[in-house]
Design a binder for this molecule. Sequence first.
Ligand SMILES: NC(=O)c1ccc[n+]([C@@H]2O[C@H](COP(=O)([O-])OP(=O)(O)OC[C@H]3O[C@@H](n4cnc5c(N)ncnc54)[C@H](O)[C@@H]3O)[C@@H](O)[C@H]2O)c1
Length: 436
Amino acid sequence: MITSRISEDLKQGRRSLAVVGLGYVGLPAALAFAEHFSVIGYDCSQTKIEALCQGADPNGELSSDHFQQSNIVFSSDPDCLQKASFYVVAVPTPIDRYNKPDLTPLLAATQTVARFLKPGDYVVYESTVYPGCTREDCVPVLESVSGLKAGVDFWVGYSPERINPGDKNHTLSNTIKIVSGWDETSLSEIASVYETIIHAGVYRATTLEVAEAAKIIENTQRDVNIALMNELSIIFGRMGINTYEVLEAAGTKWNFLPFYPGLVGGHCIGVDPYYLDHKASQLKYHTQIISSGRFVNDSMGGYIGKKAVKQLIAMGKSPVGAKALVLGFTFKEDVSDIRNTKVADIVRELQDYGLKVDLVDPMADAQQVQREYGFILQPQPQSDYDIIVLAVAHEAYRNLSTATMQAWGRPDTLLVDVKGLFRHQRAELGWAYWSL
Ligand SMILES: NC(=O)c1ccc[n+]([C@@H]2O[C@H](COP(=O)([O-])OP(=O)(O)OC[C@H]3O[C@@H](n4cnc5c(N)ncnc54)[C@H](O)[C@@H]3O)[C@@H](O)[C@H]2O)c1
């Protein structure tokens, strides 16, 4: 067995750390490590590497200051990984069209790392996976491609990421990070490496599987709780009760949890529960609560679109040829990420009923929206809209004045206020109003 003080070697600059996958998770980690160690930032996307070499984050999360005086080399050439001894893997873990885990990027990255693995190396996964994935799916690939043995020649860890894009308060360094290792010694080394960048400290999970499970339930818990709020809003909608007003009232009790109805898109909350559901199915357990939560949340875009059309008809208007404005397209507020956005379901529902939809989002990239969804993003709203759907609570929309809204509408416009932003200004607006 090879004993190795990797944390000390990294600190002394004798060995290097590589981050594989430089997206929302990998890039901040790579730059944080590069303040202390010699770092290689590898991504298979050449376009991304070109931007990073210019000091620009394609996701718009980090400013150019973050790249200054960093001890980091960016490359899209896998051979750059030869020099590394501690690998951090942060590649996507999406679902396929049947909502099953798609491990293609994770296993491809694992193969790449395995080609360069040497005795004494460490591989730590940060991608969100189901419990057991690191040991059962990734380690066999590392072993078969490298010809080395885990726990004897090299060590494996799992350390889930908890960053929340768009959130300036909860950062990588001020949020406790869970770390886990193959055994006691590797756990202690991995913890020491992460303690260098996490000021809030690390939590040592007992096994890889505990750390994997801890991450997946963070998002599953949110998904199920939001689904409950969405279901409540469907019930209250039938009674003409405003759900946000109900939640405001209920929230005055000390133990009432602050969850709200809304669209659940993106690549975390709307995806991770499917990973857990997949693992449960393998174990012959059919999830009830987790899959019901997914069903409710996945249906909300279509539900909102239908409610808007019904209300328009109730106002004596035909949806065919009516003009709709949808404000916001990203999967949540204050980010540019459009992956798996459920606003797309609202747009399609309105179009299916014959409405002409103008889509506006100052945060989203128009080319990407067209490439991935086939929708044309308008630079600015026009006027005379029959329906305005306030779909995403971007800061710019949270601060909208009623006068600006009124300039986009007509005296008889219907406001579909998904997040209830205008619920206190309904009277001032003087429009028909609907929110979750
Ligand atoms: N974004 C979040 O808020 C967040 C939070 C916690 C956990 N996670 C998890 O972290 C993981 C990464 O998510 P992300 O949002 O950073 O993804 P991302 O899409 O922003 O970035 C992933 C990067 O990996 C690169 N990549 C893909 N395959 C590769 C390969 N084989 N070799 C090298 N590079 C490769 C892509 O080009 C991309 O730049 C996922 O498992 C996700 O569930 C994400």
